[in-house]
Ligand binder design. Structure first.
Ligand code: SAM
Length: 232
């Protein structure tokens, strides 16, 4: 099973705080408009099927559903999925949330998706290569993949781990393990081997002038990847 129980326990601890925009997930709340725009500037969500893997409390899943996508959100944390279900119900949004890992989901369904979202998950699984292989299995030909994660180098160690967790305290301590950060070249190599075309790799930085995050050619810390699955 491609699952780290310690990671899930960590997410369970903060599950009730998913929709608190000043709580442990405040950074995801702040980033959400940009994370959504990265998708909607590249594809039309209206009318397509989307699988949001490691969907958390549904911050992005809800926004995609509002744009007309038929969203399935899966997450291995039971408490997190309960929070996501309750919030979607309150927001009167129809989202298929399931507490399940991707490999379990593949075993129980034949469904394939037009688009897969894998935001801030790959750095939390024990076997990133297996996650990408499973994403390939669950994706239709000509489908799209949007992924975001953290690069692995000295700058990301200082900013995304030490500063973010211990000094700025913008994410809970212990959220990330440096050795699980993933280089864009590693992702590209695996995805190209699975017959994906890498359309774009774009960095995300905090711009103090506008006091907000923006896309950037600087990919050394946080970055997005956008890929298309080729017909075999
Ligand atoms: C950092 S959060 C990201 C949430 C969401 N993708 C977002 O960006 O707003 C990571 C989520 O992945 C879930 N998760 C961690 N390992 C998982 C696994 N192996 N399978 C499914 N979900 C997992 C956690 O429970 C948590 O909700």
């Amino acid at each position: 099973m491609n699952l780290d129980k310690e990671e899930i326990l960590n997410f369970e601890t903060h599950a009730h705080e998913w929709w608190n925009d000043r709580g442990p997930y405040k950074i995801l709340h702040k980033l959400n408009p940009l994370r959504l725009k990265f998708i909607t500037d590249r594809i039309t969500l209206d009318g397509i099927t989307v699988l949001d893997i490691g969907c958390g409390g549904g911050l992005l899943a809800e926004e995609m559903a509002k744009k007309g996508a038929s969203v399935t959100g899966i997450d291995a944390s039971k408490k997190t999925i309960s929070v996501a279900k309750k919030h979607a119900q309150e927001s009167k949004l129809k989202i298929d949330y399931q507490c399940i890992t991707l490999n379990e989901y593949i075993e129980k369904t034949r469904k394939k998706f037009d688009c897969v979202i894998c935001y801030e998950l790959i750095e939390h699984v024990p076997d990133p290569q297996k996650l990408l292989e499973d994403i390939n299995i669950i994706s239709k030909n000509n489908s799209t993949l949007f992924l975001s994660t953290i690069n692995r180098n000295i700058q990301s160690f200082i900013f995304a781990k030490i500063l973010a967790e211990y000094f700025l305290k913008i994410i809970p301590k212990g959220t990330h393990k440096y050795e699980k950060f993933v280089k864009p070249s590693e992702l590209s190599e695996t995805l190209e081997g699975l017959s994906y075309n890498i359309e774009e790799i774009t960095g995300m930085i905090f711009n103090p002038l506008i006091f907000d995050f923006e896309l950037s050619s600087f990919t050394n810390i946080n970055y997005f990847l956008y890929a298309k699955k080729n017909k075999k």
